[in-house]
Design a protein around this ligand. Structure first.
Ligand code: COA
Length: 331
C-alpha cells in the first residue's frame, strides 16, 4: 500500500570553493603527470578551501541556498543532520555550527560520519523523522575539507581528493514523490584499508604513514577499488529490487564520485549507458560525502531533473560503508 506521505527533496544547494588545484600544479608537488591522473582517475582539477576558511562556512552557505531553493526560512527547519569526516571541531558538531550560522533556531542538530557514504546515511536517517511524523522539514548538509587531511607527499592519495559542500531539504510530501527505498551496509572487518586517525592512532596506522603525518588519510587504493567496483553495482541492484523497479524506469544514477573507472565498471556490471550516470569528478575530484548532494544540485539547476523522475544515489567509503537510495524527484 502506498504511504500517505513520504520524505522528498524539495531544495538543493552547493558550494565549491573558488581556489583550484589542477593536475599540472600537482606535477610540481609530487612525481605525477596530468596524463596519469586523467587516465587512471578521470580527474583534472579539484577545489580547495582556503586555509583561513572554516568548513562550517561553506556548509552554511550551501544550506542557505538549499533552504531558499525550497522556499523556506531557516526557522522552518526542525532538524539538521550534517555528514562529514573532516569536521572543523569534534565538538561543537558541524550541524550545531551551521544551525548557529544560519539562524535555524528551531532545529535540533547532530553529525553523522559514514565517510563518503555519509550523505546516503544522513538521508536514510532524516527520512525516518519525516515518515514517523516527527518533522516536516529537515536540512541535510554534507561538507568536506579532504585537502586538510591529505598528505601532499603521497602521490597515491593526494591527486584524488578535493573540498566542497552540498545540502538538500527533506520535506514531508504527499504527492507520491519522495524516498522509496534505501539500503545501508558496512564491512567493518575491512576498516584498515582506508583510515584517517583523530585523537588516537594504532601503531600499524602510524607505521603506514610518512613520518610525522599522523592525521592524514591513508588508503590501500587497489583494495578500495575492488570493493567499490563490486559494491556500487550490488547496492544499486539491491535498492532497485527492494523498490520493485526496473533499470529502465530510472532517469539518472548519482554515484559517489571517486574514480571514473569505478563508475565505468559499475555501468558495465549494471548494463547501463554512461549517459545515465551523472558525473562531475573531472572538476571536483573526490569530495567524500559532499559529492552526491553537489551532483544533485548541479543536475537540478541544469534542469536535468523533473518532478516525477526516478533516481538512484549510490555510495561507498571508509568504514568500509556503502549505501543506496531510490527516490522520485519532488521539485
Ligand atoms: N602518479 C603517477 N603514478 C602513480 C600515482 C600518481 N599520482 N599514484 C600511483 N602511481 C603509480 C604507483 O606507484 C604504481 O607504480 P608501481 O607499479 O611502480 O608501483 C602504479 O602507478 C600503479 O599503481 P596502482 O595503485 O596499481 O594504480 P591504480 O591504477 O590502481 O590507481 C588509484 C590508483 C588510487 C587511482 C585507484 O586504485 C583508485 O582509484 N582506488 C580507489 C580509491 C577510492 O575510491 N578511494 C576513495 C574511497 S571513498
Amino acid at each position: 500500500m502506498m504511504k500517505p506521505f513520504k520524505a522528498g527533496i524539495t531544495g538543493t544547494g552547493s558550494i565549491l570553493p573558488e581556489k583550484k588545484l589542477t593536475n599540472s600544479q600537482l606535477e610540481s608537488i609530487v612525481e605525477t603527470s596530468d596524463e596519469w591522473i586523467v587516465k587512471r582517475t578521470g580527474i583534472r582539477e579539484r577545489h580547495i578551501l582556503e586555509d583561513d576558511v572554516p568548513l562550517a562556512k561553506i556548509a552554511a552557505e550551501a544550506s542557505v541556498k538549499a533552504i531558499e531553493d525550497a522556499g523556506l526560512n531557516p526557522v522552518d527547519i526542525e532538524l539538521i543532520i550534517a555528514s562529514t569526516c573532516t569536521p572543523d571541531y569534534l565538538t561543537p558538531s558541524l550541524a550545531c555550527t551551521v544551525q548557529g550560522e544560519i539562524g535555524a533556531k528551531n532545529a535540533a542538530a547532530f553529525d553523522v560520519n559514514a565517510a563518503c557514504t555519509g550523505f546516503v546515511y544522513a538521508l536514510q536517517t532524516g527520512r525516518q523523522f519525516i515518515e514517523n511524523g516527527t518533522c516536516k522539514n529537515i536540512l541535510i548538509v554534507s561538507a568536506e575539507a579532504l585537502s586538510r587531511a591529505t598528505d601532499f607527499t603521497d602521490r597515491k592519495t593526494c591527486v584524488l581528493f578535493g573540498d566542497g559542500a552540498g545540502a538538500v531539504i527533506l520535506s514531508k510530501v504527499d504527492d507520491g514523490t519522495g524516498v522509496e527505498e534505501a539500503c545501508l551496509g558496512a564491512v567493518g572487518d575491512n576498516a584498515d584499508v582506508l583510515t584517517l586517525p583523530c585523537l588516537y592512532a594504532s601503531d600499524a596506522d602510524i607505521e603506514k604513514r610518512n613520518e610525522g603525518k599522523k592525521q592524514v588519510l591513508w588508503m590501500d587504493g587497489s583494495e578500495v577499488f575492488t570493493f567499490a567496483s563490486r559494491i556500487m553495482s550490488e547496492a544499486t541492484k539491491n535498492v532497485l529490487d527492494s523498490a520493485g523497479n526496473e533499470m529502465g524506469q530510472i532517469k539518472y544514477i548519482f554515484p559517489h564520485q571517486a574514480n571514473m573507472r569505478i563508475l565505468q565498471n559499475a555501468a558495465k556490471r549494471l548494463d547501463v549507458s554512461m549517459d545515465k550516470i551523472y558525473s562531475n569528478l573531472e572538476y571536483t575530484g573526490n569530495i567524500s560525502s559532499a559529492s552526491i548532494p553537489v551532483c544533485l544540485d548541479e543536475a537540478s539547476k541544469k534542469g536535468l531533473l523533473k518532478k516525477g523522475d526516478k533516481i538512484i544515489m549510490v555510495a561507498f567509503g571508509g568504514g568500509l560503508t556503502y549505501g543506496s537510495a531510490l527516490l522520485t524527484w519532488s521539485k
